[in-house]
Write a new protein. Structure first.
Length: 257
């Protein structure tokens, strides 16, 4: 029990820094900024607040954040050449390390006025994640999480990416269990107090198939439809859950006021 409480305290600190990084970026993400500038801001903020960026040099990844734009599903690489423009939608994924523990979170950002379909996709993705989170407690199964997310987003006419999923996380970046964002009720591993993992649904406006580009990282929708994602790092408590990566400023989904 003491070990689990200590783990939660460390993950609270790492998750808080990841959330604060996204809060800071919210003030800076606007038309005309490059995804590389966003990466630099994130790197410096994490460094200056006592943390380290987990993606930097992870399996050869060259940047501190993932910036996934429009039809990019996940793992987009920041670039000086990619300037944000009116109508763009961007996911920024931040993972911090503080005292060897990890906090992993992502949010969507809209640049200027975006299409109604894109706004609906982003809303459905956020709502799906939260529906998956709100049922969390000891005794439910991983399939229940996937069922909640899949039922919601497919009911809105969107599809759940199958090729990527949430994951266990603690003092290791990626560890068991895999947390699928689709599934059937009462299937899979049973949740127990002390478990820590991410819920990070990637939802496509078109079909769910993806492909990875030649850089070995950037995953895109096969049909070039738009994609959206949100992510939180979660801990299972004795009678429910704790979100380690909640926004300090109360930001949830666009528009951020």
């Amino acid at each position: 029990m003491n070990e689990y409480l200590e783990k939660f305290e460390k993950m609270r600190i790492a998750g808080n820094l990841a959330a604060k990084t996204l809060d800071m970026l919210t003030e800076n993400i606007k038309e005309g900024i490059s995804t590389n500038q966003i990466d630099k801001l994130g790197y410096e903020f994490i460094r200056d607040n006592g943390g380290y960026s987990a993606p930097l040099f992870y399996r050869g990844f060259s940047k501190s954040l993932c910036t996934s734009l429009n039809h990019v599903v996940c793992h987009g690489i920041p670039s000086e050449d990619r300037i944000l423009q009116e109508g763009d939608a961007l996911n920024v994924d931040v993972t911090t390390i503080v005292n060897d523990y990890y906090g992993d979170t992502s949010r969507m950002f809209c640049i200027g006025k975006t299409s109604v379909k894109l706004d609906n996709l982003i809303d459905a993705t956020y709502e799906g994640m939260m529906k998956g989170i709100k049922i969390l407690k000891p005794g439910i199964k991983l399939g229940d999480i996937g069922y909640e997310i899949q039922s919601h987003v497919e009911g809105k006419g969107f599809s759940v990416v199958r090729d990527f999923c949430g994951h266990g996380i603690s003092n290791v970046f990626h560890e068991p269990p895999n947390v699928l964002h689709y599934g059937s009720k009462n299937t899979g591993l049973k949740l127990e107090p002390g478990m820590t993992f991410t819920i990070e649904p990637m939802i496509n406006a078109g079909k769910y198939e993806t492909k990875v580009l030649n850089d070995g990282w950037t995953a895109v929708t096969k049909d070039k439809s738009l994609s959206a994602q949100f992510e939180h790092t979660i801990g299972i408590t004795e009678n429910g859950y704790e979100i380690f990566t909640e926004s300090v400023k109360g930001y949830s989904k666009p528009p951020y006021v």
